[in-house]
Design a protein around this ligand. Structure first.
Ligand SMILES: CC(C)(COP(=O)(O)OP(=O)(O)OC[C@H]1O[C@@H](n2cnc3c(N)ncnc32)[C@H](O)[C@@H]1OP(=O)(O)O)[C@@H](O)C(=O)NCCC(=O)NCCS
Length: 210
């Protein structure tokens, strides 16, 4: 386990650094999905492996996949969300709240699509930092990751990253290294939510729990 955070009594987040081979994960994870690329299969298995690592009674064999590709449990005993990138996998599991999690590697390639996922007001927020600086790139990645976490929290697809999820107030940088981002979710009405984010060089993590 690279990192674990128990958000509240019934909600836990974990990040796994993948150093094992497929065989290690297959001892505990039933591979139900056809993932042909070996590295993606390893990431997929590591994400699943985290679920019972966080909650030992997590029923891995009962996971279903929705048409939107969101994995879920029919009886909703647990809400959960999974992300992977590079040799890391993350999972967020809750027996009470709806959740979304995302991890991303920080790379300037993201700048090529900034206009697609950030509204002009969000781009203006980033102008406070020196363009292309390390902090500017990390914050851009955090905004992307925050929106991916909201996308997963929602789970039904069909969202505009620019319009349906919008940074709605000042971002606060805590002494505990957590960054709080107030968001307004605008699909089918309006809902305020807070995305929490953190930088773990070379990763950023973002999660939402409602
Ligand atoms: C589904 C999506 C969020 C996955 O994100 P990603 O960065 O490619 O991959 P991640 O590793 O972070 O997440 C993959 C996991 O997300 C989960 N997932 C897939 N579809 C999902 C959905 N609709 N809702 C919730 N979770 C989903 C799965 O658990 C998957 O892992 P698994 O197949 O091993 O179980 C992404 O591919 C996507 O579709 N994004 C929105 C596309 C879009 O509108 N882009 C426009 C932006 S401008």
């Amino acid at each position: 386990m690279f990192y674990q955070h128990n958000i509240n009594l019934g909600t836990k987040l974990g990040i796994w650094r993948i150093e094992e081979t497929e065989g290690f994960f297959l001892e505990s994870v039933p591979l139900k999905k056809d993932v042909s690329h070996p590295y993606k299969r390893l990431q997929h298995l590591a994400g699943r492996h985290l679920l019972p690592t966080l909650f030992t009674d997590f029923p891995l064999s009962e996971i279903l996949i929705a048409d939107t590709r969101k994995p879920f449990l029919e009886d909703e005993r647990y809400h959960f969300s999974i992300s992977h990138c590079g040799n890391f996998a993350a999972a967020l599991v809750s027996d009470t709240h709806r959740v979304g999690v995302d991890i991303e590697l920080v790379t300037p390639r993201l700048y090529t699509i900034t206009h697609k996922f950030l509204h002009e007001e969000e781009q203006a927020f980033l102008h406070e930092w020196e363009p292309m600086s390390k902090l500017h790139l990390e914050l851009t990645t955090i905004l992307w990751s925050a929106k991916e976490s909201i996308y997963k929290w929602y789970g039904n697809g069909q969202l505009s990253f620019r319009e349906d999820m919008r940074l709605s107030g000042p971002v606060s940088f805590g002494a505990d290294n957590w960054i709080r981002l107030p968001f307004e979710f605008r699909k089918n009405g309006r809902m305020d939510m807070t995305v929490m984010a953190r930088v773990f060089d070379p990763l950023v993590l973002a999660w939402v729990v409602t």
